[in-house]
Each structure stands twice: as C-alpha cells, then as structure tokens.
Design a protein around this ligand. Structure first.
Ligand SMILES: *Cc1c(COP(=O)(O)O)cnc(C)c1O
Length: 365
C-alpha cells in the first residue's frame, strides 16, 4: 500500500523533539495562546518575510478573518476560482459577500488574470487567488489588476506554504493571506490550525482581536469576535516542522520532477512550471482523458490517488442555483481529467517508479 502522504515516516523522524515539546506544555498547563503560539507566529512571520502572522483555528478561519479585517462586507463581490476546495468560497460567503467564479489557466490550474479583469464590476471589492497544489498564481499580473482597480488582494495559501514567485513568498504579496495546517497540508499540524499574515498593523490588530472573542484585554470586548485561536499543542508541532519546511518542500519537488521525467513520453499532461518561482507540490496532479481508468488501476494496486477536485464550485449543489448558466470551460475540462498521485517528502524513488509503471501499463496497451 502506498499512501497519498506518509505522515508516519515524517513523525518517526521528529518524534523525540515533538514529544518533548508536548510534554513540557502539558507539564506547564499553558494551553491557550501560550509561548509556543507566540514563538511560532514570530518564526512564521520571519520565514515568510512579513510583519505579522496570527495563529488561528483553521485555514478556513484564516481566510474568513482576513476578509473581515480587509473590510469585505455584505453584497461585495470577491473574484475567485471555482477550481479549489470549498473553503475558499465559504469564507467569502461568511462575510455576506458574493464569490464571483472565473476561469483558470488550464496549464497552471490557477485563476486567469485576464478572466479576473473581465469580471470586475462596480461591486467588486477583492480578488482571492488560490495557489493551487502549491503552484503560485500569476501574482504580478493579479497585483497590477488589483492596484489599478483599487481592489483588496487576499491570497489563499492553504496549499502553498514556502512556495515563492518572483523572489517573494506566497502570502507576502497581497494585503493579507490565509494558511492552513490541516494534517495533510505541506506544513501540517496534528489537528486543525491556520495562520493569517499581513504587513498591515491595522489588519493584524483586528485579526488578533477577532480570533479571541473581540478582546485585547481579558473580559473587555470591543467587537463581536470568534473563538479561533491556534492551539498551543499544535504550535509545538508546527515549530518542529517549520524548521524543516525547506527540506520537505525540496523533497516534494524532487519527487515531482522524477515523476515528470518518468511520465514524459506518455499521452498525459504533467504539471507545468513557469520558472518564475518555486512550486512546492502540495499535490502532483496530471491530466489524462483516461483518468478514470488510471484511477481504477492505481486503486487496484493499493496506490493512494485522488481527484482534486471532481466538481468545481460553480457546479456544487450549494452554488449551482446562483451560478446557473455560468460556463467555465477550462475549469470543467481540468476537473474531468485531473488525477493527483502520491507525493510527500518521504516517498521513495522506487515507489515513484512503481506508480509510473502502473500508469505506463494502462496507457500503452
Ligand atoms: C485546506 C484548504 C482550505 C481550508 O483549510 P482548513 O484548515 O481545512 O480550514 C482552504 N483553501 C484551500 C485551497 C485548501 O486547500
């Protein structure tokens, strides 16, 4: 059996350090907003090259609080992609705004800057690109559009910790960004967790207050907030993994490049890299018009693989009424043909060869 991500192998390597940190926290009983959350926030801000990083309860909450802090309100329009996890659009809905789904570039799977420009109306207040699968979106073009039209730029970095473009980390380009530490993400905790980042002192202060019941001073409340703090125990785990994130991301890139080399001559599309930055391969996703056959063959060999994402958001039950008549041809074509293969820092070369062999067998008979 080959899992999509081998979290057990990762744990084996960092077990002692994590267990010591967890034991100290239990000993001290400092469970909420303790020293590890504070230290992790500083270390993450420094790693990403940002002034502020605020730990929250999940990636979904990170996006939600970022939208509130940037002033996105009821009836505003937020332009985003339909080829993403539902949470991107949920966060937009939580503030009462309307997600306006536009098409992707089928090469990168990321939101198309030209499509953003065409969708702008007087109600548009923000753009939320997703750095899908760890591939940075076209941030130079998107940032230009946002500044020309005076729109907020809020990055969904839930799959892109450590990815960079034009020398900048994802998350360090927009007005604010949200990261997720869901266990299977490329920087994953042992449960839920998230992070909002921003260079704005004002936004950071709002987010700190919002995550903690609208309060800066205990039992004094200025606004209606949320219970959305990064857990201290998760911060212990994240500090240990953050130290190794470059090494992990490099190992993912190495695995991805070996796949691409082994699959190069087959009738399928391997991931595209634009050379402007570092794709961190949160997922390694191919396109094939025989996707379902490949999926079956891999599953029969107990090789983990998955379709991210089978149904784009504008076709989901929850959105299909408000998106009736919306056609996103590139998004729909990619959703019909995409297949994500196992990728993680602990995937050995011989397993990559085995997986590529199964794919070759299907496509060459
Ligand atoms: C995982 C993910 C989220 C949500 O993160 P959670 O921590 O699970 O709330 C949001 N957007 C994208 C693109 C994601 O992959």
């Amino acid at each position: 059996m080959i899992p999509m991500v081998n979290l057990k192998a990762q744990y084996a390597e960092i077990k002692d350090e994590i267990e010591q940190g967890l034991a100290e926290t239990i000993e001290k009983c400092a469970f909420i907003l303790g020293p590890n959350v504070q230290a992790f926030e500083q270390e993450a801000a420094q790693y990403l090259g940002l002034k502020h990083a605020i730990g929250v309860a999940s990636g979904t909450d990170a996006l939600h609080l970022a939208l509130i802090a940037e002033g996105i309100e009821a009836d505003d329009e937020v332009i985003t992609t339909a080829f993403t996890f539902i949470a991107t659009a949920e966060a937009i809905k939580y503030v009462g705004a309307k997600p306006v789904f536009v098409d992707i570039d089928p090469k990168t799977f990321n939101i198309s800057p030209a499509a953003i420009e065409q969708a702008i109306t007087p109600l548009t207040k923000a753009v939320m690109p997703v750095h899908l699968f760890g591939q940075p979106a076209e941030m130079a073009a998107i940032a230009r559009i946002c500044s020309r039209h005076n729109l907020k730029l809020i990055e969904d970095c839930c799959q892109s910790f450590g990815a960079s473009i034009n020398g900048k980390q994802t998350g360090a380009i927009g007005d604010a960004a949200g990261f997720s530490f869901f266990p299977s993400k490329n920087l994953g905790a042992f449960g839920d967790g998230g992070l909002v980042v921003t260079n704005s002192d004002e936004s950071a202060a709002k987010i700190k207050k919002l995550r903690n019941h609208g309060s800066d001073v205990r039992y004094y409340h200025d606004v209606i907030g949320y219970n959305s703090r990064l857990d201290e125990m998760q911060a212990v785990v994240l500090r240990v993994k953050l130290k190794r994130i470059d090494q992990y991301n490099q190992a993912r890139r190495r695995a991805a490049h070996l796949y691409s080399q082994l699959l190069a001559d087959l009738p399928l599309t391997t991931p595209f890299e634009d050379g402007l930055g570092e794709h961190v391969y949160h997922q390694y996703t191919i396109l094939s018009d025989r996707r379902d056959e490949l999926l079956k063959a891999l599953q029969a060999k107990q090789i983990g693989c998955a379709v991210y994402y089978p149904v784009p958001l504008h076709r989901q039950n929850v959105f299909k009424q408000e998106c009736a008549g919306l056609r996103l041809p590139a998004t729909e074509a990619v959703a019909a043909n995409c297949l994500s293969l196992p990728v993680c820092p602990f995937l050995e070369d011989h397993l990559i060869r085995e997986i590529a062999g199964v794919i070759r067998e299907v496509l060459t008979v």
